[in-house]
Design a protein around this ligand. Sequence first.
Ligand code: ACO
Length: 426
Amino acid sequence: MAEHVTITYNGTAFELPVITGSEGEKAIDISTLRQNTGFITLDPGYANTGSCISDITFMDGEKGVLRYRGIPVEQLAEYSSFKETVYLLINGKLPTTDELNEFSILLNDHSLVHEDMKSFYQNFPRASHPMGILSSMVNALRSFYPELQTLEEEINITVTRLLSKIRTMAAMSYKISRGHQVVYPRSGLLYCENFLNMMFHTPVRPYKLDRAVVKALNVFWILHADHEQNCSTSAVRLVGSGRVNLFAAISAGIAALWGPLHGGANQAVIEMLNTITENGGRIQPFIDKAKDKNDPFRLMGFGHRVYKTYDPRAKIMKKWCDKLLAKLNIKDPLLDVAKELEEIALKDDYFIDHHLYPNVDFYSGIVLRAIGIPTNMFTVMFAIGRLPGWISQWKESMDDPNWKIGRPRQIYTGPNKTDYIPINKR
Ligand code: ACO
């Protein structure tokens, strides 16, 4: 008999099948639970709930493992490019040379943004956060690129449009916020190079591409490319399950990523390191604040729902952070503060007992600063990197033969039936 678990309630036993993943992960399939028993499960924050079966990304939080389509992220960071990793995530296999060339051509062909969108940017208040702008603009793309006829056309064209235009839109937003002339994408440049050129080229100071910067950006985006069912990806799947268009689902993902407990942590880390520096550089008071249950402060860039050891992405990021700063001859005082903070926290019983280690956001901000990205755009950089993950997860959910609209249940604890009292009698 297939593996199963038995639950017993009031002397009646119910059998539930066990599902085993390709890495030996186990789940109890409760999809018939309510129908057969009347019960639902309760799992705040979905910490024990699998929302789908997926072939895309594997993580082992206890061992610090992350693989895209089976390939360790360490190997991709070392040898692949972001564009190739995007292809891998979305198509499920590494591309041949011809396939990669064809993909590059498609990305180039779709890199321009409709000129009318420029006026949208110009009308956002100056103080708008770039994540709010990006989320709105991605949603607005649907009005410029309306419904396509078939799902296949939708997937191929919309996916390429989004992957290519998101860079242009992010750079455009930066240029317009600074009052600078917008720089258009150039077909002779590769994916990351094009973005850097659109961000930093000016007519008076042509941008000089540096191989170390281009490599660091590739690594940054590869490390962010997917992370299975995290908060923003779950938002994309859930919103997508109502069968909205891809732009709307991705826009929801961007909004979810914005939060400081999620993708917004990279900005929050730099702000925290700055505050430590401005307060004389003493680290212990911040460690004490983070441990104090009556203080809402947390060490930003520390802790993770799944990783209970060092986040493998943080390890790679730290290595590239050191390499990049050395190559560019930059001495960033925040890096010294970050390293000292990490050293103290990793020896502290509170952080040891709670299994709190640096996550990907801890060193990524220092890499982005070295590249020249302004702090309020850090989470936009994360969003560009995460886009292929969101798209591949959305695509997988569209193809799922067991697809259902996402609709969790609840246990109601409000008042029992209460009659309405007219206002003059209350
Ligand atoms: N600093 C201090 N204490 C922490 C931290 C932290 N960064 N993170 C978790 N804890 C403590 C909590 O206070 C709690 O303590 P308790 O059990 O004694 O009450 C315990 O560790 C568990 O914390 P939860 O919030 O229940 O853990 P959860 O898995 O829900 O949260 C999260 C994970 C949100 C990432 C959390 O660790 C956090 O807030 N970290 C800081 C923000 C951050 O860096 N976010 C980026 C995550 S990576 C990403 O999204 C890209």
